[in-house]
Design a protein around this ligand. Structure first.
Ligand code: APR
Length: 244
């Protein structure tokens, strides 16, 4: 059983020899930025709410209970003061150094782009984009955060919807196609900060056929046995010891 340091030096060797890394991320990469994830003990889905949080972020709940949806969404899903952390920045540096094809993320917080990543496939959309459901007028996350009650379009009074994939909604085809193409051309896929329990997102890692599948996550995932290198640790114990 190799120690954490031995695994980190193995990861450094993989990164040094890699030419086309793709990072596949989940909410766990943003917890060091102060944004709770979903399924950790202190995650959003363990919060005691009038309704189960996983139901609140569903399409039918958005349509049938807009008041409660927007109260939860503004309170728990909009962390607009959050800053990228070392893990986000490391991925952005790999892209700038020409070693990474980009990031496939399930996250909706926009922190990969804020860290400097340019190629980001947002499988579940982004809180930074909000549109009128009738005329398509764009609204910022700040507008939503500062709105009272149910935000409506200033032009036609119709409801506004975040560009976020809620449960029961489909993912964007072009984003999925782009993510699959990137994963297919990767020589190294580094999966981090995700419990890999939500599909179709989790299934995308099956398109990887490159040299090294690396999985870095504090808790166990259903894909642990598929990893060539499995690092069960907190990112703050791993990324400060890595360099591009
Ligand atoms: N260091 C290492 N691992 C961490 C850290 C950390 N600092 N913080 C959290 N993690 C790990 C946890 O162990 C957990 O397994 O990140 C994982 C986050 O898993 P989830 O909370 O399930 O988040 P995610 O996998 O992104 O959820 C997928 O579920 O509800 C949907 O749309 C939502 O995109 C989300 C999807």
């Amino acid at each position: 059983m190799s120690t954490l340091d031995e695994k980190i030096s193995q990861l450094q060797e993989i990164i040094d020899s890699a030419k086309h890394i793709v990072f596949f991320t989940g909410a766990g990469v943003s917890t060091d930025s102060g944004i709770p994830d979903f399924r950790s003990q202190d995650g959003l889905y363990h919060l005691k709410y009038k309704y189960p949080p996983e139901e609140i972020v569903s399409h039918h709940f958005f349509v049938q209970n807009p008041e409660e949806f927007w109260e939860f969404y503004k309170d728990k899903m909009l962390n607009l003061d959050a800053e990228p952390n070392l893990t986000h920045k490391f991925m952005a540096e790999c892209e700038k150094a020409g070693k990474s094809l980009g990031v496939v993320t399930q996250n909706i917080d926009g922190l990969h782009q804020k860290a400097g990543s340019e190629k980001v496939y947002e499988l579940h959309g982004s809180v930074l984009r909000n549109y009128c459901t009738r005329c398509g007028q764009f609204y910022s996350a700040e507008y939503i955060k500062n709105s009272s009650g149910i935000p409506v379009c200033e032009k036609d009074g119709a409801s506004i919807k975040p560009d976020v994939v809620l449960y029961e909604e489909g993912l964007s085809d072009p984003v999925i196609r782009g993510a699959i193409a990137a994963i297919r051309s990767a020589d190294v896929l580094i999966v981090l900060g995700t419990s890999l329990v939500v599909y179709p997102a989790a299934g995308l890692i099956n398109y990887f056929s490159g040299k090294h599948l690396v999985l870095i996550n504090r808790d166990v995932t259903p894909y642990d046995s598929n990893a060539d290198l499995l690092i069960q640790a907190s990112f703050s114990d791993v990324f400060p010891k890595l360099h591009v």
